[in-house]
Each structure stands twice: as C-alpha cells, then as structure tokens.
Design a protein around this ligand. Structure first.
Ligand code: UD1
Length: 420
C-alpha cells in the first residue's frame, strides 16, 4: 500500500492520541492469565493489535469486539500459535510467559516484526529458566515447559522491555515471590503491572529498576483502559515542529514525553504542558541537537527516525546516536533520496542540516521509519510517495486521517478520485 503526501503543509488544530500500542499488546497477552472475562476499552484499531487478537482466537480464546472495546474470555485449547501470524509481529513472543504460567507449556516461533536489527530473546528465556521452565530450541521454534513456575531472583543484563513484561506475566501466577532487577522502567511496564494488579495480582516497583511480583493463585476479570501512546504523541509533536506548525496534542501524559519535549525545546520549538494535553509550536529556525537513544526515561529509540527527518532542516549539524538497537538507520537512505545530508558512522548519524527536502518515491522499511518519511513528505517541496505504508498502519491509528484534519494532504494512492 502506498500513500501520496503533498509537501509544504503546516499542521495546526488538534489531534487526539490513541491508547498505547506497546501497552495494549502485552495487556492482550496478559489476558490469557485471567480465569474470567477481561474487557479492554478504547483499543486502537491497528494491524499489530489485529494480529495478536487473531492469535488469541486461534489458540481458542473468545474475543468479542464492540467498536473499540474488546472482551476476551474462555480457555486456550492450543499453546502453539500459528507460525504465519507469529512471524508478523515480534510482540507475539509476549505470549510465552502467560501461556507457560497458565498452561505449563508453550511453543512459539522465533519472533518477527520490525526489521530493526538483530533482536534476540535470550533475556526472556534466561528469566523463564530462572522461574523453573525447561527451554528447548528447535530450528524455528522455542518450546518451554514447566509443571509449575516458582518465584526467583532474576537479574536482567539489559533492561529489555519485552523480557521484563514476559517475566512479570509469568511470575504473576507462579508460586512464591519473584524479583526482577535491572527491569525496564517504561510507562508500558507500569501499565501492564496496573492491569495485572487490577485482576488481583501483587506487583510492586513497576517503573523502577526493581520489580517485586508475589505470585497469586488466580487472576480474575477486569475492565481496563491503557495509557495514551507516548510514541504516537511524540510523532505528532515532531510533525508539528517539523512543519513549523502550531497544534494541541490531546490525551497525552506530558511526563511520558519529557525526553521528546526537552529535545524539541532545544531545537527552538515551544511546548506548553497542561494536565492531559500539550501545545506544540514549531519555530522557523531549527537549532541542531545531540540525541542518544536510551531506555526510558531516556530519549526513545522509537522517536529517533522522526526526529532525524525534522533535524534535516536544522541550522547546523545534529548528531543522533542509536544505543538501543543495532541496525536502526534504515530511514537514512530514504531521507537522503529526498535531499537530506546525513552520514552514518557506526551507530551514529550525522545530520548536516540546512537541507530543503524534495518529494520523491521512498520506501517505509519499518513502522517508525515510515512515520519519519511521512513527516519528511510534509516538509518537502512537491509530492512524496511512501511505498509500503502498511508498516506505518501497524502502529498508528488513522495516521493519514488525523494528519489531514490538522491540514496535511495525504491520500492513499489506490483510492479512486483521490489523486493530488
Ligand atoms: C519494545 C517495543 C519497541 C521499542 C523497544 C525499545 C513493544 C511491543 N515494542 O520492543 O517498540 O523499540 O521496546 O524501547 O513494546 N535484547 C536482547 N535480548 C533479549 C531482549 C532484548 O539482547 O532477550 C536487546 C534487543 O536486541 C535490543 C534491546 O535489548 O537491542 C532492547 O530491546 P527490548 O527492550 O527487548 O525491545 P522490545 O521489547 O523488543
């Protein structure tokens, strides 16, 4: 699927942020743990959510959608999700912890998802072994079994978001107390813990480096709504700044986007925070900045590509150092095709700035790279075609519609009568 973006637009007005994709995915996985129906409100209607939902159904759970609310009930008759679905989304590996804890076994293909470098699962597996699981690796699958999981002390070599989530879920109905040290501190971890606690779990310390999970016998039903998507919010903030626009971002927790706000302000943008919303006003002159991606509360790797598109029009050279993922500069050649002057030195990109981007045909290699190209398209002269836009649809609910309501001119290429 391709989209066409008319350049030189200025975003204004307001945009409402959806629930966080990266909360909803583990929350849907954790619903497996419950013995009673679980309802999640305001679920974003995006591809990644549909895939996890489909996986749950193929396992035997019943899913009932009412507009954006989803109720999950029943029991799984399989603990072996289908390869074709699992390969589409890395977050499907989050089913490992809950399936193992509830059913004593799980067999899952090595995860797929965004092509952003080597994404191992060793920390997930080591942690599950500490909880008492036996792990067998075959050519394409991971098989885990355990009669019972037991509370344990787990130290993560790196504060992996996915490993922390898998281990929280597995430990929540294990026998005894578990401690996860050097745990990831992302807001989505806190959201998952709040969700499990709302079902009767006993998790404390989420949001800090030490999470304590007292295993409980069973988890019960709940109605829950996830936090706003801080990466979606950050993407709109950068888009507004990049187009020298002025807009209100609604349904955002300003604390969760602090790292992005701070960098945008350093570039000259004005950010005004209110309780659950914030104003962004872009400036004509963009000051160059230095950014290093880090685990939360550092600058999010998921905002790196969008920020790079913006910095291409900086007054001087900016530097972005990617410390979280090995190979996450796939957007660079595409931005260069549009006229950005960027060079990569190992895991660092030097963005020379002073570039006037020109619309051309570019390709979205992954979700956030695609979002960056959409931003670049709005900044550019002329028309940009973003090919493989389906990557963007994986994580942004109604991206084109939301941007168009703010003054962008974005159209799906294959919609008849919508040529620019
Ligand atoms: C999650 C997010 C993703 C975000 C990332 C980092 C979801 C669904 N996805 O991905 O959007 O970009 O956090 O904020 O929430 N690692 C290992 N061994 C492991 C696990 C991870 O070495 O067992 C490494 C990875 O290769 C990577 C780093 O740790 O270099 C961070 O990965 P991790 O925090 O696990 O990210 P995800 O949970 O995959």
């Amino acid at each position: 699927m391709d989209i066409l973006i008319k350049g030189n637009t200025k975003l204004s007005g307001e945009v409402e942020i959806s629930s966080a994709k990266n909360s909803i995915l583990p929350i849907l996985a954790a619903s497996i743990l419950s013995s009673e129906p679980v309802t999640i409100h305001k679920v974003p209607l995006i591809k990644d959510v549909f895939i996890i939902a489909e996986i749950l159904e193929t396992l035997g759970l019943q899913l009932e959608w009412k507009q954006q609310d989803i109720t999950i009930s029943g029991l799984a008759f399989s603990t072996h999700p289908p390869f074709d679905l699992v390969r589409q989304i890395r977050a499907s590996f989050l089913l490992m912890g809950p399936l193992l804890a509830k059913y004593g076994k799980a067999r899952i293909a090595f995860p797929g998802g965004c092509a952003i470098g080597h994404r191992p699962i060793d920390l997930h597996l080591k942690g599950l072994q500490r909880l008492g699981a036996s792990i067998h690796l075959t050519a394409g699958d991971v098989m885990a079994t355990a009669q019972r999981l037991y509370g344990a002390h787990i130290y993560l070599d790196y504060p992996s978001v996915g490993a922390t989530e898998n281990l929280i879920m597995a430990a929540s109905i294990a026998e005894g107390t578990s401690y996860i040290e050097n745990a990831a501190r992302e807001p989505e971890i806190v959201d998952l813990a709040n969700f499990i606690n709302a079902m009767g779990g006993k998790i404390s310390g989420a949001g800090t480096g030490l999470i304590t999970i007292e295993g409980v016998k069973k988890l019960s039903g709940v109605e829950y709504q996830a936090i706003p998507d801080r990466i979606e919010a950050g993407t709109y903030m950068v888009a507004v700044a990049a187009t020298s626009g002025n807009a209100l971002i609604k349904n955002v927790i300003p604390e969760h986007v602090k790292a992005v706000s701070a960098k945008l302000m350093e570039t000259g943008a004005v950010i005004e925070e209110e309780k659950n919303q914030l104003w962004v006003q872009g400036s004509q002159e963009v000051q160059p900045v230095y950014i290093k991606t880090l685990p939360y509360p550092g600058f999010p790797t998921d905002m790196q590509a969008q920020m790079m598109a913006y910095l291409s029009r900086g007054k001087g050279s900016s530097i972005i150092s990617e410390s979280v993922f090995e190979n996450r500069f796939m957007h660079v050649p595409e931005l260069k095709r549009m006229g950005a002057k960027i060079r990569i030195e190992g895991r660092t990109s030097v963005i020379e700035g002073k570039s006037r981007l020109t619309g051309t045909t570019v390709k979205a290699s992954d979700l956030r790279a695609g979002a960056a190209l959409v931003i670049a398209g709005m900044m550019a002269d002329g028309i940009t075609m973003v090919k493989d836009h389906q990557h963007v649809e994986r994580g942004y609910e109604n991206l084109a519609q939301k941007l168009n309501l703010m003054g962008a001119e974005i159209h799906y290429r294959d919609s008849p009568g919508q040529a620019l």
